[in-house]
Design a protein around this ligand. Structure first.
Ligand code: AMP
Ligand code: TRP
Length: 327
């Protein structure tokens, strides 16, 4: 069975962008692939995290995975820090990575821009991400558009290792959805929807109350036109809302356009809000059940145990190939 790996950082609240760009696809893939879905807590600390918030958010993201439909009996759900081999392989891959490659990463440039002091962890972040993927020899990595460059680097590092030490790593493929790989902010369609945006009106958090979601959508920026038409270049705001609608209602872009032909933005937005709420409300219900059940720690333990087995084998193989004296 082919292998899938992905992860989400437990830094702040997850948004509808995370759901549409990533988690929704995790759920689809779990039936046909051997899947590992992590909460990447080691990546989260590349920017300062308050310890209590890190604990809470890590559990929240894991519970959201399951609430969204990931079945922990089909896929491994766990915390990155519980599988030591990620960090160990991460170090080995760091030594194969050049400064120039890391300097070119747009996520690093964005996150370090204007900062007086930038942590070294933020800089070497992509080598750890490569290790996350390669430690399972994953074939496919479901991510949103913004992770494409990190995936490219992972492929380069795998190729470099194979060239230097012998053909070992699978070169992973990104799995980026055709629609919804880049959900934009509700107040500014030139930037992606992000949990780190200081304006909460710009994003829909997966744990926002339904009425808050309705309000945010009714206030979302549109344009001075009146056509519900998908045209990202000339109508970026409306096109973003159509994308969200299509993903939440299970319709194609064309079907959404057709449904609102000759109608104004008002009714479209109203229905959009209900489409989003109809996805999020049951998810929140399951989320609360999981958090209250106390099962989460056991699920995470079991996921980490299964993942560690695979990861340990890879790490030993890699160490042997590189010339380390294996225990
Ligand atoms: P992060 O929140 O940066 O850990 O991202 C977790 C996953 O969600 C990654 O696969 C991202 O590419 C994806 N993602 C984050 N924001 C968006 C967005 N606005 N639209 C689509 N996918 C997103
Ligand atoms: N860098 C990813 C993000 O910010 C998170 C991540 C870490 C990841 N390791 C990964 C994604 C491995 C896919 C595979 O979204």
């Amino acid at each position: 069975m082919k292998k899938v790996l992905s992860g989400i950082q437990p830094s702040g609240k997850l948004t509808l962008g995370n759901y549409i760009g990533a988690i929704k696809n995790f759920v689809t893939l779990q039936d046909d692939y051997a899947c590992n879905f992590m909460v990447v807590d080691l990546h989260a600390i590349t920017v300062p995290q308050e310890p209590a918030a890190l604990t809470e958010q890590s559990e929240a993201v894991a519970a959201l995975y399951i609430a969204a439909g990931i079945d922990p009996n089909k896929a491994n759900v766990y915390l990155q820090s519980h599988v030591m081999q990620h960090a160990q392989l991460g170090w080995l891959l760091t030594t194969l990575t050049s400064m120039g490659e890391l300097e070119r990463m747009t996520q690093f440039k964005d996150k370090s821009a204007g900062k007086e002091s930038v942590g070294a962890g933020l800089f070497v972040y992509p080598a750890l991400m490569a290790a996350d993927i390669l430690v399972y020899n994953a074939d496919l990595v479901p991510v949103g558009e913004d992770q494409k460059q990190h995936l490219e680097l992972t492929r380069d590092l795998a190729g470099r290792f194979n060239h230097r030490y012998g053909d070992y790593f699978t070169i992973p493929e990104p799995y980026i959805p055709e629609v919804g790989a880049r959900i934009m902010s509700l107040d500014d369609a030139s930037i992606k929807m992000s949990k780190s945006n200081p304006n909460p009106g710009s994003y829909i958090a997966l744990l926002d109350e339904p009425d808050v979601i309705r309000k945010k959508i009714s206030r979302a920026t549109t344009d001075s036109g009146r056509e519900v038409k998908f045209d990202p270049e000339n109508k970026p705001e409306v096109s973003n809302l159509i994308t969200i609608y299509s993903q939440c209602a299970g319709l194609t872009i064309e079907e959404v356009e057709k449904r609102y032909e000759g109608q104004m933005y008002g009714p479209f937005k109203k229905d959009l809000a209900e489409a989003v709420v109809s996805v999020i409300e049951p998810l929140q219900q399951r989320y609360r059940e999981i958090r209250e059940s106390g099962e989460l720690r056991q699920i995470l333990r079991q996921g980490a145990e299964r993942a560690s087995e695979m990861a340990e084998k890879t790490l030993q193989d890699v160490q042997r190939l590189m010339g380390f004296v294996v225990k």
